[in-house]
Ligand binder design. Structure first.
Ligand SMILES: [Zn+2]
Ligand SMILES: [Zn+2]
Length: 263
């Protein structure tokens, strides 16, 4: 039995499976807590629309009401939590958070996929950067997000593809890990990354997290229902933790998302 708080649905336009299909798959796997964390709608500047990344603001109502109905329907079989995965984009963050606070969300997770933002000269964190200043910006952004105090955990902290000097990587990522400890934000070993077979989760990062003493968890980051029954990938994610002496927690403490919001 285990829990998973990192689940995406068709609403983000790049994942497969409805909420009900995920719930059925989770029950079949004996999952006791299933949290939905689809990519949050964001209040972008006029004219920008992310076609393959996230739902639109006007789609929030149906996302939440669908999950509320399913949460009631399945309440004797599984605990459903309603959440979102959100980016920390400095210019949009406050107004997006304010918009989201109008919905009864249980939790938010921080997933930083872009440097700065995704609508001006997009700098996807997985492009591969060699210069320290870009890694530094990524770390700064993750830290600013964690400092906002609304995130239950940081998803795939090692998704930033860095091709520069080891020492730069060590120092910057140690800075990220230390701040996560201070702010009591768990870090996620990402199972979707295991399945994709890319550069994360990576040993270099988790060795640092182990040394710093971070709290870690395994997040499925499910983009297909089949990922819930992928025991091989789950074992590989646990093996990554074990190699570095890390013991993943099953369920993080849920941080109330909007309590720090100044109205
Ligand atoms: Zn996604
Ligand atoms: Zn995700």
């Amino acid at each position: 039995m285990f829990s998973n708080l990192h689940t995406h649905t068709t609403r983000c336009r790049h994942a497969f499976g409805t909420e009900r299909e995920y719930i059925e798959a989770a029950i079949a796997q004996g999952i006791r807590v299933l949290g939905f964390s689809d990519h949050a709608p964001m209040l972008f500047p006029e004219g920008y629309y992310s076609k393959r990344v996230r739902m639109l603001p006007e789609e929030m109502d149906v996302y939440v009401s669908t999950l509320q109905a399913l949460r009631d329907e399945y309440k004797n079989e599984i605990r459903i939590l309603i959440g979102l995965e959100l980016e920390y984009y400095p210019e949009l963050f406050d107004r997006t958070l304010k918009f989201l606070s109008g919905y009864p969300l249980d939790y938010l997770i921080l997933g930083q996929h872009y440097l700065d933002n995704e609508y001006e000269a997009p700098n996807h964190t997985m492009l591969g950067f060699s210069e320290r200043k870009y890694l530094q910006r990524y770390v700064d952004q993750c830290i600013a997000g964690m400092e906002a105090g609304c995130f239950t955990f940081l998803a795939h902290p090692d998704c930033f593809l860095f091709k520069g000097a080891d020492r730069d990587y060590e120092e910057e990522m140690e800075r990220l890990c230390r701040r996560a400890v201070e702010l009591d934000v768990p870090l996620e070993i990402n199972m979707y990354g295991v399945i994709k077979g890319g550069h994360y989760p990576n040993d270099r990062f988790w060795e640092i997290a182990s040394r710093v003493g971070n709290t870690v968890l395994i997040g499925l980051d499910a983009h297909r229902t089949e990922m819930l029954s992928n025991l091989e990938a789950r074992a590989a994610a646990y093996a990554m933790a074990e190699r570095h002496g890390l013991v993943p927690i099953d369920l993080p403490e849920i941080r109330v998302p909007f309590k720090t919001l100044s109205v």
